[in-house]
Design a protein around this ligand. Structure first.
Ligand code: ADP
Length: 626
């Protein structure tokens, strides 16, 4: 005899919503039912470990009856007895569903405006009512004598329970498809949904297909429509190169199958998940176009696809990594909103970052050539991390590379290599920023370092300046810019003081002649070959940074330069002799103009007055050509 029972209130509310609200994504009903079926098989599978009689050929079937307008999802899993049907189908226990209900009660108005929010929640079994106006569930508990149960409901306040004649264990859910959901009676539609959401379910999903035989008669054949092999759950040793390649091309969207490295992550304990990540070989064209680039990893929960581009799983600076994370801790009914706050995701992200940085370090140590290629494609992103991921800054510092004064042109060195090669007398890590290697290499500010044999890192990536604002030390050594004034030169103090006295009139003259252009004129030990160079105060923006800002049309105050002179240069002596001589007045002024503009060129800055400079140089040429 059929018994009628009322749903618990919250189920009622939920069903009301299912039936009367709009959905942006009704497709998920099948994902939910298939996931439940797979869970039920998992349970039977597990029970089969101690009771081998339960073991059978596991499968999930989806049958379409277009005449009666039904879709039936059948599994041969654990099934339910009557008490379990009441408990599981008549009540809401799941946290995801509960959160959904809570949001419903708190944000009714918001929902009315943005009904697509509802679609973002998976809501389990009840999502069947999004596409069906009547649902019949037949189920028989595996390994028990409990009678099979027939549960029926139209989703309107109550359901009925009855016995039924199902003899095989498992559950069969028949959906009477609504008129406005007739699209779900189309086989291809269902196959597409399975591909999208349930491809990696471990059991075969069978969707019968019509076949035209040679004699033109028609027959129906079973067809398995899912791949079922979740590559990320398999042992790396059992995965072929081709399988990796095809999975990479499926994931990457970059085109091509050539990846640099596949990384398996298997985490147990606090947060249980498995991941398969790929480092690409070459940067896709859209990597630097944030708007069209896909970011984040794919998220699965127990082999069920949840979302693409899950940004919570990996920080932005590692956006070149693509892959899949499959969590065992998250509820299937997880929503975008819940994802953002979920502590499991933060834990997964942490593990993923540690693993990726660790693999990069290994690559650097074991396959330098590949790492260098990798770095020239993606190094800029790792540098971004130095500025944004302080927790991993030390690991990232081990991974960045730069060209340098003492290294072969085009070759980069690591910070560790720099520090290892430092002579004992050298205290700090020296660097210079600028647009191009050639330009920085000829900056006169390097002369002292060249003479001492100290290496200087060439930071020629626009991002380097920005990164250096938060990179102060490496292995307890401070970073120092060679174009800044806050530098001590050993053992040169007396000589400088002497020159300062000896050439006092030249210094005064330069100060008055260059007036507004410079903040100071002084001697320093920085130079060996050039007569002078320009540097900036320790706290000021570097000339390179200044140019970057200007290129972005940012109005920034120009930092005044310090003009440093070389006491050993013959020109300084000669100029000093000209000061105060009336007949040399004009010539001296021209010389100073040339010297000044030339120093600007040397630091990579544009000329202040190109026409005056050209005129002065021409006059000089003319004089010496005569
Ligand atoms: P969830 O699957 O998120 O727990 P559902 O509303 O989808 O929530 O399902 C509620 C419960 O009903 C499940 O936890 C499970 O115990 C039971 N159930 C649903 N579908 C099946 C099935 N095909 N076989 C056995 N039990 C099922």
């Amino acid at each position: 005899m059929a018994k009628t029972q009322k749903f618990k209130t919250e189920v009622n509310q939920l069903m009301e919503l299912m039936i009367h609200s709009l959905y942006s994504n009704r497709d998920i009903f099948l994902r939910e039912l298939v996931a439940n079926a797979a869970d039920a098989i998992d349970k039977a599978h597990f029970a089969g470990l101690t009771n081998p009689e339960l073991i059978q050929d596991w499968s999930i079937r989806i049958d379409i009856d277009s005449e009666n307008k039904t879709v039936t999802v059948t599994d041969n899993g654990i099934g339910m007895n009557e008490a379990e049907v009441i408990e599981n189908i008549g009540t809401i226990a799941r946290s995801g569903t509960k959160a959904f209900m809570q949001m419903l009660s708190e944000q009714k108005e918001k929902l009315a405006e943005t009904p697509e929010l509802i679609g973002q929640f998976g809501v389990g079994f009840y999502s069947a009512f999004m596409v069906a106006d009547k649902v019949e569930l037949r189920t028989k508990k595996a390994g028990s004598d409990d009678p099979a149960v027939l549960w029926k409901s139209s989703g309107t306040g109550s359901y009925t329970l009855d016995d039924c004649d199902k003899t095989t264990p498992g559950t069969e859910i028949k959906l009477f498809i609504k008129d406005d959901a007739a699209v779900y009676l189309d086989r291809w539609k269902l196959e597409n949904i399975i591909h999208r959401y349930s491809d990696y379910i471990a059991y075969p999903i069978i969707l019968p297909v019509k076949k035209v035989n040679e004699d033109k008669s028609e027959s129906i054949e079973d067809k398995v429509v899912n791949t079922s092999k979740a590559i990320w759950l398999r042992k790396p040793s059992e995965i072929t190169e081709d399988e990796y390649k095809s999975f990479y091309s499926h994931l990457s969207n970059f085109g091509g199958t050539d990846y640099l490295k596949a990384i398996h992550v298997s985490a147990e304990g606090v947060s249980e998940f498995k991941a398969l990540l790929f480092l690409p070989k070459t940067a896709p064209f859209n990597l630097l176009m944030p708007d069209i680039q896909k970011k984040g990893l794919q998220l699965y929960v127990k082999r069920v696809f949840i979302t693409d581009e899950c940004k919570e799983l990996i920080p932005d600076y590692l956006r070149f990594v693509c892959g899949v994370v499959d969590s065992s801790d998250l509820p299937l009914n997880v929503s975008r909103e819940i994802l953002q706050e979920n502590p499991h995701l933060a834990k997964i992200e942490k593990t993923v970052v540690t693993k990726v940085l660790g693999e990069l370090k290994k690559l650097l140590e074991n396959d330098r050539e590949s790492y260098e290629k990798f770095f020239s494609e993606f190094g800029r992103m790792l540098k971004e991390g130095l500025h944004t991921d302080f927790a991993n800054a030390e690991k990232l510092k081990d991974l960045v590379m730069y060209e340098s004064l003492n290294s072969e042109r085009g070759k980069r060195i690591t910070l560790a290599e720099y520090v290892n090669a430092m002579p004992e007398s050298q205290q700090d890590i020296y660097y210079i920023t600028g647009e191009k290697t050639d330009a920085v290499a000829s900056n006169p500010a390097l002369e002292y370092f060249r003479k001492q044999g100290y290496d200087v890192l060439f930071m020629t990536d626009p991002i380097d300046e920005w990164v250096m604002q938060s990179m102060f030390q490496y292995q307890q050594k401070h970073f120092k810019s060679v174009t800044k004034g806050d530098m001590e030169f050993d053992g040169e103090k007396e000589k400088i003081e002497e020159a300062q006295k000896k050439y006092a009139q030249l210094v005064d003259y330069l100060k008055s002649e260059l007036g507004n252009e410079v903040s100071e004129v002084r001697f320093s030990a920085r130079l060996t070959d050039s007569p002078c160079c320009l540097i900036v105060d320790g706290a000021a923006l570097s000339p390179h940074m200044e140019r970057l800002f200007k290129a972005m049309h940012q109005d920034i105050p120009e930092s005044k330069r310090i003009l440093e002179l070389n006491a050993d240069h013959a020109l300084i002596e000669a100029l000093n002799a000209m000061v105060g001589k009336e007949e040399k007045k004009e010539e001296l002024s021209q010389f100073v103009r040339i010297l000044w503009e030339q120093a600007l060129i040397a630091e990579g800055s544009p000329l202040k007055d190109p026409a005056a400079f050209a005129k002065a140089v021409t006059a000089l040429l003319l004089k010496s050509a005569k």
